[in-house]
Write a protein that binds this ligand. Sequence first.
Ligand code: C2E
Ligand code: SIN
Ligand code: SIN
Ligand code: SIN
Ligand code: FE
Ligand code: FE
Length: 380
Amino acid sequence: MPDHRVSLEVLPMEAPVLELMPTGRILLVDDEAGVRRVLERLLNAEGYEVLQAVDGEQALTIAWAHSIDTILLDMRMPGMSGLDVCRRLRSDPRTTHTPVVFLTGLDDRGFKREALQAGATDFLGKPFDKVELLARLRNTVRVKLYHDNLDRERSDLRHVVQRSMQDLDTATARLERLQSELEVARHETIERLARAAEYRDDETAAHLHRMSHYCHLLARSAGLDEYTAEALRIASPMHDVGKIGIPDHILLKPGRLTGDEFTVMKQHAEIGYRILCDSNSQLMKLAASIAHTHHEKWNGSGYPRALHGEAIPIEGRIAAIADVFDALTSNRPYKLAWSIDDALDYMRTGRGQHFDPNLVDLFIDSLDAVLQIRDRFQET
Ligand code: C2E
Ligand code: SIN
Ligand code: SIN
Ligand code: SIN
Ligand code: FE
Ligand code: FE
């Protein structure tokens, strides 16, 4: 059973805010005009605002339309009884916490227990002791105002929390938009980097497309999953991005390179790696690894680190085959394109020397698919 009686313990020891509040608004419910008149005078003199109702129906109407700080309720009235009025006040959210002080005649004392169950806050016996009445009222009103204040703070807090949640939603939406923009930017960056290298040494977009699709094909043939194969397709066009660090007179030289020139040329693997490394993106890490390792050779005679066999990451071994096959079968500033057969012979010769033997076998086994890619990305 909820206890609606005033407990002095719930009053804060110090609550200066309460002192600033209005004295309070009392609803006086009694069918006897004489009782109402006496009480009204007394309460007005104390500074209370007083509303009056002559029966239960009117009391409910007023209580639900105004903010009332304490209801003084006659227990015995024609029509709706005080107990019924009290129960209905308690069951409505607008008046659940409004203190209800019963005015009880001598005959009503037996109803106290029922009144408490109906939600009574306190009792005052008729005839009233003025001092006692005012003391009780002061307490119920203060408790009511105190609770109103708590409610207000709670609802302010709720608004602050709601506003914060909305702000958070907005921020999250912005972040998601930014992330999808970043995703686009990341893919664009890759294509633009590849394009930068391509412009430098006249390697065409078609070369990069062929090379990247050979990588995808070979990755799938070698049993790598589609996600990894696709990552290789996207990352591999950056393998020669380090060529942007090579001087034109070497990079675009129409004839064979001297030993010194080739030493400079070989730096493109390390330069590309430095451009692409240190990214948090898995894709960039993959591109960095390809740039670094695509000129390593299976027999350890490659550059820049002379790695052997499986010490060369598989993406580097795959890229080496795709890159050389396409370079051989393409025109370069320093050479004309080789025939497919000559290129295949070269690949076979390099099996276990320049190239991972298993990967070369897989590449040559999928010659049909290789040639389809070649047809699909012709020079324009
Ligand atoms: P690239 O043109 O993309 O060639 C990539 C790789 O394909 C070469 O790596 C090499 O392994 C192979 N390759 C391409 N063309 C030929 C060829 O005619 N004969 C043979 N045997 N292999 C070929 P490599 O040798 O490490 O060269 C790296 C890059 O250095 C080449 O990239 C190219 O940009 C440049 N380069 C290499 N040799 C010459 C050259 O003689 N003259 C000029 N101007 N540049 C060269
Ligand atoms: C690439 O650079 O990602 C290959 C482009 C293509 O889808 O053909
Ligand atoms: C991607 O979806 O762009 C690959 C994942 C990554 O870059 O980390
Ligand atoms: C890397 O993924 O950080 C590069 C590894 C390599 O170049 O072999
Ligand atoms: Fe290269
Ligand atoms: Fe290349």
